[in-house]
Design a protein around this ligand. Structure first.
Ligand code: CP
Ligand code: NVA
Length: 310
């Protein structure tokens, strides 16, 4: 279903396609754990263009491609001619002649869209200022492992900045029938277009979407609590203002009391203890949070196998 397609946004996928990615990710994870080779992409090359820093995305894509029998090239935008002004559309057409797929981490989501318009190979969003779909695939895989395969009817709450993670979680939940609530301070609400798109998907899946400024209202009876940094990459100049504005939009013990009894806490990492999450809550949930980080590998292998496979 996904062969040759891009993965720029979870909103572009059907629910069946999402299910297909998650099921294959679980299968590939089991194969890898039992030491069974699964070289689905022999001889294939993934290019990985980074405009921003990364630990998980870079290492999980590179290792994942290796495990699938292919290879990955790390391409810093500072070292590419794109960093000296070569047009995105030319870079996309050139790289399409060498590579079988490309993963891009950009500031502007439009760069990713332009690249995808001109490329003949699958383009995977490794994070933009607007969205972070690969992270949410890993999150959904982790939720499946912890809460069972039927995700519909669960409630996921995001606390903090209405950022790329909030957007992709909203899309993922809306597609999968997970009730989604987000609590942000005034002025940090999620992007309106994303909310409108997600509401369309939610109509089809039966999920609900709640936007609030009240953390307790968002967290009420949640099965999954999520958060992310208050200061995303590229927003460093606003650090102090954001710290003041987002104070209180934190996952801590008293907020956890509002959630369901067995609620799990997810964090895409890197985490800033004492800001969006307290040290004790982070460490109490370390097992699931590091499963979540590991699941980047398995989810992305599934995406590469499905989009770049023969
Ligand atoms: N969560 C995540 O995308 O981590 P990196 O920035 O380290 O890739
Ligand atoms: N919102 C964060 C996510 C990091 C993985 C950022 O964009 O920096």
């Amino acid at each position: 279903m996904l062969k040759g397609k891009d993965l720029l946004s979870l909103h572009d996928l059907t629910r069946d396609e999402l299910e297909e990615i998650l099921s294959l990710a679980a299968e590939l994870k089991a194969l890898q754990k039992s030491g069974v080779a699964h070289t689905i992409l022999p001889g294939k090359t993934l290019g990985m263009i980074f405009e921003k820093s990364s630990t998980r995305t870079r290492v999980s894509f590179e290792t994942g491609m290796y495990q699938l029998g292919g290879q990955a090239l790390f391409l810093s935008s500072h070292d590419l001619q794109i960093g000296r002004g070569e047009p995105v559309r030319d870079t996309a057409r050139v790289l399409s002649r060498y590579l079988d797929g490309v993963m891009i981490r950009t500031f502007a989501h439009e760069t990713l869209e332009e690249f995808a318009r001109w490329a003949d190979i699958p383009v995977i969003n490794g994070l933009s200022d607007l969205l972070h779909p690969c992270q949410v695939l890993a999150d959904l895989l982790t939720i499946r492992e912890r809460c069972g395969k039927d995700l519909s009817g669960l409630k996921l709450s995001f606390i903090g900045d209405g950022n790329n993670m909030a957007h992709s979680l909203m899309y993922g939940c809306a597609k999968m029938g997970i009730d989604f609530a987000v609590a942000t301070p005034p002025g940090y609400e999620p992007n309106e277009k994303v909310v409108a798109n997600a509401r369309e998907d939610a109509k089809a899946s039966g999920a609900t979407i709640l936007l609030t400024h009240d953390v307790a209202e968002a967290a009420k009876e949640a099965d999954i609590l999520c958060t992310d940094v208050w200061v995303s990459m590229g927003e460093e100049a606003e650090r102090e203002k954001r710290r003041q504005d987002l104070a209180g939009y934190q996952i801590n013990r008293s907020l956890l009391e509002k959630a369901a009894k067995r609620a799990i806490v997810l964090h895409c990492l890197p985490a800033h203890r004492g800001e969006e999450i307290t040290e004790d809550v982070f460490e109490a949930n370390a097992a699931v949070i590091f499963d979540e980080a590991e699941n980047r590998l398995h989810a992305q292998k599934a995406v590469m196998a499905l989009t770049m496979g023969d």
